[in-house]
Design a protein around this ligand. Structure first.
Ligand SMILES: Nc1ncnc2c1ncn2[C@@H]1O[C@H](COP(=O)(O)OP(=O)(O)OP(=O)(O)O)[C@@H](O)[C@H]1O
Ligand SMILES: [Mg+2]
Length: 431
């Protein structure tokens, strides 16, 4: 069921040869850079290569019957023994060099199920502009994730010595517009891994999901976005056990050097089996904007390190007001010609949002929703007192209280090693 890696390697190698230009038909594509032109051998075309003074004849064959593809190599009998193995080794080395040189991360998307035998993934150059550095978040958390990924990249021997599959998984969760998807893009670039983005609505059943996983290559980042939405709405043909197998089971039989990333808005409504220790290695919380994140955005979006209105912004944040980095970033982009106007608009938006939330009791509703998904012991009697005092609480107070509840709940949750920075609402848990 797996794609033959040698096929991909040979095809890349053949397309890199100057003699591809001598074939009767070659396809022309634009490459990663705007003025790049890439040649690719067309179906049923032939190409000649030479190696250690032997002539090698290749054909890119496509079957009319079922659309399957094969690369056919013809070598003279007298050369076969002498050159076949070194030639294949030469292709491996050449492929690694090409791959290293191209350094172009690709994005794979699972197409709708179809009968074609060329696999379900369709790919295109991954051109997402975000890097880890462009995402405004707590510097400490960012560095922890970077060093976690760095140590993963160097740990092949370590994992093997332990008898474990060399893979790592991350959960990024938090409100909408806080940078989770942007961070995934940054992770892919940091790792230089291709991205396989699984659209669960295009997966027909559990075995289809397995098949998709089997067709990913090593050095890849496999992403499922908004997992909570799919699980809650049961809007996918994949079962919970299919997802759980996907997360861990299948890796024990195949596939290495993989990083998996799941994103969701909240963990509260998620079946605890998905989050049990050992299943997803690192949990990272993406919070709404605080003053420190605001300053990072002001620096990147408006080129401001300091501004006379900053103390006023800090004051508004201290009242508990907040917006997502996406919302604040948007205001800054549309007012980028006048930094003062941008900051004033941010202040007004924060204040308006704060008043709206307090007035409409939205925060109360949101907390009810969050807390109702928890056990009585975790939310406890505080739920009642929270809402009886709703009018007098600021959002920050609610959050503080909510934070305490979350922490006390976590203490009960066995052996999690929680790495949390004091005074920071970004958090990372490494299991
Ligand atoms: N922390 C951040 N730093 C810089 N830009 C951000 C940040 N968060 C969001 N943005 C900007 O806001 C936009 C939306 O962000 P993104 O899609 O990453 O959010 P998300 O957390 O994945 O949201 P959702 O939960 O709705 O999928 C992007 O253009 C991104 O550049
Ligand atoms: Mg997203």
């Amino acid at each position: 069921m797996q794609e033959n890696q040698l096929y991909r390697r040979v095809l890349t190698y053949l397309n890199s040869l100057p003699s591809v230009e001598d074939s009767d038909y070659a396809n022309l594509y634009s490459g990663a850079k705007s003025n790049d032109i890439v040649l690719a051998l067309d179906d049923n075309q032939t190409l000649i290569d030479t190696f250690l003074s032997a002539r090698l004849h290749w054909k890119n064959e496509k079957s009319d019957r079922d659309g399957s593809r094969a690369l056919i190599l013809k070598i003279r009998k007298k050369d076969k023994r002498r050159i076949l193995r070194p030639y294949l080794q030469h292709i491996h080395t050449a492929f690694d060099e090409i791959d290293q040189r191209k350094k172009e991360v690709r994005l794979y998307i699972n197409a709708e199920a179809e009968t074609e035998r060329n696999g379900r993934w369709r790919s295109l150059p991954f051109s997402h502009p975000s890097t880890i550095d462009t995402v405004a978040m707590d510097a400490d958390v960012k560095n922890k994730i970077k060093s976690d990924m760095e140590s993963f990249l160097k740990s092949r021997q370590y994992y093997h010595r332990l008898g474990r599959v060399w893979k790592r998984s991350y959960l990024l969760y938090g409100p909408s517009g806080t940078g989770k998807s942007s961070f995934v893009a940054g992770m892919a670039k940091f790792l230089c891994y291709d991205v396989y983005n699984i659209d669960l609505s295009n997966v027909t059943d559990d075995s289809d999901l397995k098949m998709l996983l089997l067709q990913t290559t090593s050095k890849s980042l496999i992403v499922i976005e908004d997992l909570d939405r799919y699980l809650a709405a049961k809007s996918t043909a994949v079962s919970l056990s299919g997802i759980l197998n996907f997360m861990d089971g299948i890796f024990s039989c195949c596939g290495e050097e993989r990083v998996m990333v799941f994103t969701m808005n909240g963990k509260d409504q998620i079946d605890p089996t998905v989050l049990r220790p050992g299943r997803i290695d690192v949990h990272v919380y993406f919070p709404l904007c605080d003053f420190s994140a605001f300053k990072t955005l002001a620096s990147s979006h408006l080129g401001l390190k300091e501004h006379k209105l900053f103390p006023q912004v800090e004051e508004v944040f201290q009242t508990g007001a907040s917006l997502s980095p996406a919302e604040i970033g948007e205001i800054m982009i549309s007012n980028r010609t006048s930094p003062s106007r941008a900051i004033k608009t941010v202040i007004t938006a924060l204040q308006t949002n704060n008043v709206d939330r307090r007035g409409s009791g939205n925060i109360g509703q949101r907390l009810t929703q969050s807390l109702s998904g928890r056990s009585y012991e975790e939310s406890g009697e505080c739920t009642g007192s929270l809402f009886s005092r709703e009018g007098s609480h600021t959002i920050k107070e609610f959050r503080k209280l909510y934070g305490l509840l979350r922490r006390s709940g976590r203490k009960n949750s066995a052996d999690l090693d929680v790495l949390e920075k004091e005074n920071s609402r970004h958090e990372i848990e490494v299991k």
